[in-house]
Design a protein around this ligand. Structure first.
Ligand SMILES: Cc1ncc(COP(=O)(O)O)c(C=O)c1O
Length: 345
């Protein structure tokens, strides 16, 4: 049978399950920014739609604009088809084994599996706090050459302090700091690329800039690392409209900042409401992790699903007590509807 030709490790890979989406429903499952993109982005899509007969050709311009936004040089930036693709490029480029914290964004582990590379998980402390000393002393860290950190961490919401990141960088391994939610916390270690030659910072236009559907991510790193990543990057991975709209989004950063502020203001209200009934974990991002117990995550999910609201149920995290659900913060109206329903749960 044809299945004998499939690489044996591929059979073992868990398939990534994206948050569900139903037209007209309230989706609070994938940490998108439901306010949507800047009008400058919509205008650009309309104006540039007829240009898609040419291969994408604006990578240099996009990198230049991103570099301005990140206060670094164009040579410090690489773009990708979402930061997901850059994770893929990292596994193609750098030596393994790899390691990361647990729980965290599952794509690091899944991508390692696709490349048949070892990926060790290092548990966070109970309550999901990050103990740097324990992390560095963990056997999985010690034997790894490639480290994944996520700050703010998806799905827990916690940040890793800059001094901890520096301690990890000082260990000399390639260290990826995923800052997909940077704009919601304003804490970054991107400036450290001038001090550490082993740092890669991942960012995306999918969250605060509200371009998830266009797929545009980037990394900030020392020029030498970028040059190696560039060698394995497919030439036309980022489509032309994603390039054009990233430039447009960066021309209207104020729009993004205004909506981020609305989300952060609503976060305070939502956290207070949720705290009345559930254990809520401190968050620096546009989502909130709760322990739904004594209800199960499934029951919590279903109660909202009946009302056309989709959240992300994780259920149990191995080694941790509790039953977990992650709720993205939506628009003002969506959050009000959520709060109304939470009163009834
Ligand atoms: C921590 C983290 N990194 C990366 C990504 C992927 O982002 P992108 O849409 O740029 O591929 C996500 C998406 O949920 C995420 O939560």
């Amino acid at each position: 049978m044809a299945s004998k030709f499939i690489n044996p490790w591929i059979k073992k890979i868990e398939t990534y399950i994206p948050g569900q989406m139903k037209e007209g429903w309230i989706k609070l499952a994938s940490n998108e920014n439901n306010y949507g993109p800047s009008p400058a982005v919509i205008k650009t899509i309309k104006e540039k739609a007829g240009s898609i007969y040419v291969y994408p050709y604006k990578d240099a311009e996009v990198r230049r604009e991103i570099a301005k936004y990140c206060r670094c040089k164009q040579g410090n930036i690489i773009t990708g088809n979402g930061s997901d693709e850059i994770i893929d490029l990292i596994f193609k480029t750098f030596k393994t084994p790899a390691a990361g914290m647990f729980p965290t964004f599952s794509t690091y582990r899944i991508t390692a599996g696709i490349f048949n590379k070892k990926y060790g998980e290092i548990p966070l402390d109970p309550g999901f706090s990050f103990d740097c000393k324990k992390f560095i002393n963990n056997e999985n860290f010690r034997e790894s050459q490639l480290i994944f950190l996520c700050s703010p961490n998806n799905p827990t919401g916690g940040v890793i302090e800059r001094e901890d990141i520096e301690k990890i960088l000082a260990e000399g391994k390639i260290t990826v700091v995923d800052e997909a939610y940077y704009e919601f916390c304003n804490k970054t270690c991107a400036g450290l690329i001038n001090d550490y030659d082993n740092l890669i910072v991942l960012r995306t236009f999918a969250k605060a800039f509200a371009l998830a559907g266009l797929r545009m991510g980037y990394a900030v790193a020392p020029e030498k690392l970028i040059k190696s990543l560039m060698k394995v990057k497919p030439p036309f991975d980022v489509n032309l409209l994603a390039q054009e709209t990233a430039i447009a989004a960066l021309s209207d950063v104020e729009f993004m900042e205004k909506n981020v502020k609305r989300i952060l203001d609503d976060r305070i209200i939502l956290v207070e409401k949720l705290k009345k009934k559930f254990k809520v974990f401190p968050t620096d991002a546009n989502f909130i992790l709760i322990d739904a117990s004594p209800e199960t995550a499934n029951e919590f999910f279903n109660e909202l699903f009946k009302e056309k609201i989709i959240v992300r149920k994780f259920g149990r995290f191995e080694g941790f007590e509790g039953d977990y659900v992650r709720i993205s913060i939506g628009t003002g109206a969506e959050n009000e509807r959520l709060i109304e329903l939470l009163e009834k749960i």
